[in-house]
Design a protein around this ligand. Structure first.
Ligand code: NAP
Length: 506
């Protein structure tokens, strides 16, 4: 695979012009989160019949599910925005979660796609009918329907990982996962223990320091922290964004942000690169400068390389951790007792509230939905030992079935909206021959998938994710699960499908 970056493609996703549909397709979009909304908006004017299935009673995906204190997107707000719906109103450089949820609600309203969405309706099975050459979807109400095309926009991290901590059920206070925040539980002036030091745990600690009387940050593995200032935008700045969309474009497509993403992806795909050494120097310096007590500093020093786990961006984590009443608890949990968390060293961290910021089962993707493709091909079998899809989008034996942010696509410290838009622009081009009326099916060739996976797995061993740490980036066999090449390579590969990679069946 070429990783030549001499002529990088445009950073903006480029949608090919779509010809008017000759054949009206029935298209099922599964999920009304960021990616499903995108698909619905792009499909609406094409004249197809589109049904968006949403298991919950509101749109928003991860931004609906996550409401924990401190929730912020660590991708600059103007970059974490659809290319076709810029938003001059962002309140700060990094937007809070609730504001992002409102943004998606406004976009849905503005584009009039709410009538396409069937709320409180989960798709339970998705089966390809070889004879009728259509997909039959069964939903949580037991209703079955046929579709020509399925777009699975079911998200990446949506099944909470509940840790098997002995005694958890006997905890006398309130305990919940970070993605199931119980807002009826008071926090101010109380004793709160937060388990987990990923992006979520770190943001919660920053938000609760100074609110909780005692705040324990319980971490089995400390993390490297990248300093990231987060300034609010002033009214004047927002007025300027409103008056001149070029300023927003500059934030999103200008060298400052795109250069950062390019350097970051160069860093993570090559664990020996100068770029990764630069990142390591910054996070080391952040630790040295920010943590005053040498003993605490050593305890917080990770024993693996920066960006091996997803890099944490925070404007203030170390400061908040050193505030009175806040304690970093580094080590293994022995058990949960009614009074709090008993650590392996015998100490008890007495708490009223226990927050499990323990991440997600990252290998689920479209599951638990049951998917069977051509000839009864089982998705679970196809995804053993690891979930994979060509460019995170398509799989052999699953004709007319496309994913957004599916397995092996890029994940990291950059905008998943941008990734989904690129994938969608690619899918649109695969749909065109179907909408043109001549072809009934488009299916990825088996050899394309085999070649892709062989190359991907080989390249994954050079990435920083494979440098000796555990993380949700690794699959069950320890292979980094995400795109192992550069951002530009992804942009290039998704710009236009190669017809030779697919079978088009009349
Ligand atoms: P995570 O990165 O998977 O972190 C889970 C944490 O829980 C880790 O510290 C892990 O420790 C700990 N843990 C799990 N099981 C445990 C156990 N049995 N005992 C003790 N500790 C345990 O999860 P996350 O923080 O929710 O973040 C997941 C992803 O969501 C992020 O990587 C990111 O992609 C996304 N996210 C993004 C943002 C954003 O700003 N854009 C914000 C939040 C989340 P070990 O490290 O020792 O396994």
């Amino acid at each position: 695979m070429s990783t030549d970056t001499a002529t990088p493609p445009s950073f903006a996703p480029v949608y090919a012009p779509t010809a008017p549909a000759t054949r009206r397709l029935r298209i099922a979009v599964i999920g009304a989160g960021m990616a499903g909304i995108l698909a619905a908006i792009r499909l609406k004017p094409c004249g197809h019949e589109v049904v968006v299935f949403e298991k919950a009673d509101r749109i928003g995906g991860t931004w609906r599910e996550n409401t924990y204190p401190g929730l912020t997107c660590d991708v600059p707000a103007h970059a974490y925005t659809y290319s076709f719906a810029p938003n001059p109103e962002w309140s700060s450089f990094l937007a809070p979660g609730a504001e992002i949820q409102r943004y998606f609600e406004n976009v849905v309203r503005g584009h009039g796609i709410a009538p396409l969405i069937r709320f409180s309706t989960a798709v339970t099975t998705c089966v390809f009918d070889d004879e009728r050459r259509r997909w039959t979807l069964t939903d949580s109400h037991g209703k079955a329907e046929n579709f020509d095309v399925v777009v699975a926009a079911t998200g990446v991290l949506h099944h909470p990982n509940m840790p098997a901590l002995p005694g958890l059920e006997r905890f006398a206070g309130d305990a919940f996962h970070s993605a199931r925040w119980d807002h009826s539980v008071p926090l101010d002036g109380r004793r709160v223990a937060v388990v987990g030091s990923g992006s979520t745990g770190v943001q919660i600690i920053s938000a609760l320091a100074g609110r909780a009387a005692r705040l324990f940050h319980i971490q089995r593995t400390p993390q490297w922290i990248m300093p990231m200032p987060n300034e609010p935008y002033t009214d004047e700045q927002r007025a300027a964004f409103r008056a001149d969309p070029g300023l927003i474009d500059e934030m999103r497509y200008g060298e400052q942000y795109t250069g950062l993403v390019r350097r970051f992806t160069e860093a993570i795909i090559d664990k020996d690169s100068p770029e990764i050494q630069q990142i390591e120097a910054i996070v080391r310096d952040n630790l040295e400068r920010s943590v005053r007590d040498p003993q605490l500093r050593e305890a917080l020093r990770p024993r693996y390389r920066a960006a091996c786990k997803r890099l944490i961006y925070s404007p203030d984590y170390y400061d908040k951790l050193q505030q009175p009443g806040v304690e970093a608890v580094i080590g293994e949990i022995d058990r949960i007792e009614p009074e709090g968390v008993r650590m392996r060293d015998g100490s008890l961290k007495a708490a009223d509230v226990l927050v499990l910021a323990t991440g997600y089962q990252a290998d689920r993707f479209v599951r638990p939905m049951q998917v069977r493709g051509r000839g009864g091909a089982e998705l679970n079998a196809f995804w053993s030992p690891r979930p994979a899809a060509y460019l995170g989008i398509a799989m052999p034996a699953f004709p007319n079935f496309f994913m957004l942010n599916g397995p092996t696509g890029p994940v990291g410290n950059f905008s998943l909206i941008d990734i989904a838009e690129r994938q969608w622009a690619y899918i649109e081009q695969l749909l065109a021959p179907l909408a043109g009326g001549r072809y009934a099916e488009v299916e990825l060739r088996e050899e394309t998938m085999r070649g892709y996976e062989a190359e991907r797995i080989a390249a994954a061993s050079h990435t920083i994710f494979a440098s000796g740490c555990s993380s949700w980036y690794l699959d069950a066999t320890g292979v980094p699960a995400s795109w192992p090449w550069s951002y530009d390579e992804f942009a290039r590969r998704t710009a236009q499908p190669d017809g030779a990679d697919y079978l088009f069946l009349e």
